[in-house]
Design a protein around this ligand. Structure first.
Ligand SMILES: [Zn+2]
Length: 373
């Protein structure tokens, strides 16, 4: 099996390199926005789609007209267009199959400044070589595994990082005799972050929403409102945007930490893991946009952490379809009962009477076990 893994390290650029980082990230942003503008305009005027191939051709002419672009490595520019293309592909795929992805947006200065190289980067113990920039010092905090397929230079807060996306070939998950008794069904929700039904006794474990979420929702609202009040292109607007982006970064780190700890516990203690397919979660009703975005981000991150860890530990993860209606199905007798949105307790004529989310988690677990043994 081939798996992809990211390895991220702190860079220690000198002033010259850092100035070039800013220049490269600026050029990447400029080309990305240029490409987006072209796609939008062509669609609005002629109802035609522009392909990546067309845009790469146009880039050749653009570089002849725009002299400052010639100092930027051409792969970095092509990569910007290919990133834009990917953003379009996942947008359209999201419309068709879910989960929904936002329409590509113009990139702003100071928000996730980055640029990428598909190749040409060289790595030594204490320095890395970046084409058209040169050697830059880095802190090699752990070994890189596999073959580097792509290199991203990115700014987070005030620091620059290098991230290698690597392909590890012949990765084999440890072989495990799956024990159905060591199974778990996970129901992700709004009332709690997760409700889990564990083992054949359906032991209930509830994971509360992390406390930082409620606080951060308020802070995010404040920061976004603050940003929208600032004058366009003003210096204060730039500062406000930077604050917002730093807060998003901080939030992502908290979330990542929360997910990693939870996922490790789940994967270490269980052989068969069931979870509801992601697109279903997006149909949650009655949520305001920001709160919804926060939940979506949390679930998405949790799910991708869970997938990776399950592979690493040789455990089985089943994404269970909600076709049978995990919330409506009685986990005792299999009868279907209608459930009101706010109804917290599941009641069935067979006498089964339990927490709504636990009932769903048991159904998810049963489907996962059924598919594994
Ligand atoms: Zn029943």
């Amino acid at each position: 099996m081939i798996i992809r893994k990211n390895f991220k390290y702190l860079l220690k650029p000198n002033k010259t390199s850092e100035a070039l980082f800013h220049q490269f990230a600026g050029a990447r942003r400029w080309i990305y926005n240029w490409g987006l503008q072209q796609r939008k305009e062509t669609f609005e005027k002629e109802e035609k789609k522009v392909s990546l191939f067309d845009q790469n051709n146009a880039l050749v002419f653009l570089k002849k007209k725009t002299t400052w672009l010639s100092s930027i490595h051409s792969q970095v520019l092509q990569q910007a267009l290919s990133d834009l293309d990917k953003a379009y592909v996942s947008f359209f795929l999201g419309l068709k199959k879910g989960p929904k992805v936002g329409y590509p947006r113009f990139k702003c200065k100071g928000v996730r400044d980055s640029f990428r190289y598909p190749q040409g980067v060289k790595v030594e113990e204490d320095r890395v070589f970046l084409p058209k920039i040169g050697w830059v010092k880095w802190i090699k905090s752990r070994e890189i595994e596999g073959v580097i397929k792509q290199t991203t230079i990115l700014k987070e807060g005030e620091k620059w990082y290098i991230s290698f996306s690597c392909e590890i070939e012949n990765f084999s998950s440890p072989k495990i005799d799956l024990n159905p008794k060591k199974s778990v069904g996970i129901d992700l929700g709004l009332t709690h972050f997760a409700t889990m039904a564990i083992g054949d006794k359906n032991h209930l474990v509830t994971i509360e929403n992390p406390k930082f979420l409620k606080k951060s929702l308020e802070k995010l609202r404040f920061l976004s409102r603050n940003l929208s009040r600032k004058m366009k292109k003003g210096k204060n607007r730039y500062k406000a945007r930077k604050k917002l982006s730093q807060f998003h970064f901080h939030l992502r780190n908290l979330r990542l930490d929360f997910c990693n700890k939870l996922v490790l516990q789940i994967v270490k203690n269980h052989d068969i893991i069931g979870i509801e397919k992601m697109n279903i979660l997006h149909m949650v009703q009655g949520l305001k946009t920001l709160a919804r975005a926060i939940n979506d981000a949390g679930w998405g991150l949790f799910l991708s952490c869970l997938k990776n860890k399950a592979i690493e530990y040789g455990k089985t993860l089943h994404e269970v379809s909600s076709f049978l209606g995990n919330t409506k199905l009685c986990s005792n007798c299999g009868q279907k009962n209608e459930m009101e949105l706010g109804q917290r307790t599941y009641k069935c004529s067979c006498g089964h009477n339990l927490d709504r989310d636990l009932n769903a988690a048991i159904n998810i677990k049963n489907q996962a076990v059924g598919a594994s043994v």
